[in-house]
Design a protein around this ligand. Sequence first.
Ligand code: ZN
Length: 466
Amino acid sequence: MQYQNDLLQSSVPPEQKKNNYVNHLIIGLVCAILATASYAFFSAKPTPSTPTEIALTIPDITTNIEQPIKLPDSTNTTFEASSLPLETSSTPSMQSLSTIWQEHKIKPGESLSVIFSKNKLSKSDLHKIVHANDISPQFAAIRAGKSLMIGLNITGELSHLTYKKSPYEELKATRLEDGNFSVELSLKEIERRINSASAVIHSSLFVDGIDAGLSNQTIMQLADIFAWDIDFALDIRENDQFSVLYESLYINGKSIGTGNILAAEFINQGRSTKAIRYKDPTGKVSYYTPKGNSMRKAFIRTPIPFARVSSRFNLKRKHPVLNRIRAHKGVDYAARTGTPIKATGDGKIVFRGKQRGYGNVVIIQHGQRYSTLYAHMSKFRKGQRTSTHVKQGNVIGYVGQTGLASGPHLHYEFRINGRHRNPLTVSLPNSNPIQKKYKTAFLKEAKPLLSQLESLNKTQLVQKSQ
Ligand SMILES: [Zn+2]
């Protein structure tokens, strides 16, 4: 309910309130519509605290959103002015003036026909609406939990029926003079504003991110973007810092949540990593370094995100169970039995079975040179076998303590041309850089974003030294 909070928190100067009050008087009766408009006006203030808004808006039509955005669902709130159907015209017709609206919350299993009988609406109107045109059958796909707004005219006859498919799509049936219905799907334009935030880490990315005004969703995106470079469980230190430019989405000035991260910088133990979002002309979206290399690497650093390393790569380690010097050619991650283990790169399972001290083992071959090994699993992922192709991040099995293990953990090995390398420090190959033909366009887009990050960084440094 992020935007609800925004509504509550936005402070409005008294003059503005007064002006709006006057407006209310002038326009008079249509208070529901006005309320929608004035809410929109008041709520233009972005999220509180640190994020500062940059005067740049990118109008975009909703259908261009590539990522599913977690949007606040307004349909489960009680009936309020802002959930009334959109009314774009400021001079409403007599018809909508005399419309009596009622909300019907759709319950599981309720069809449109059931809803019509429950509300004592005419079956013939239902038939007319559903068969009005190509769009109208969408009324049959209403979902439980959402609401239908039913508009009746003075005689109690159905005059409007609207269904908010999403915060930016509304299906609307309107009775015509001949008694038939017109049905249209209206798309609202999403306004994208660019916000920025930066912070110094004192406890964790999550806590300091929230303090800097970021949403959970933006923090998760940030962690995903840097997942190939930073292990957020192991590598984070006090005084690390980050800066991020991200989109805030608005409809009619009302916040509906956050969109994409456009650029970000993370300074981890003095080492800066920058990422810039770029959408190429074919629509492919990815994050790149300022030079146009992919942020995405052929391998993620760790098969169990956020797990604690219990034993490092060490060629002279004393084995905890055998109690004699035996090289530890991998990294151990302590985790509860049953914790999912992810393939660190795309590849093919070349071994899946028992291996003496390793217990249940999966070995994945990644191209010609690389292979990874995962040991002591309690069980394997169902539906996979030797020769199954897996993608980076696919679960391949679960933590256990089969074989020689003093407690539940994952033993993970990384090999290049058959040689064991330290998974925590080995330099990982990049995956695809930006295509040559798009590089110039990318650099041009990246430039202003990078200078924004630069100035955020400076501000942060000044704050730090104070
Ligand atoms: Zn081990």
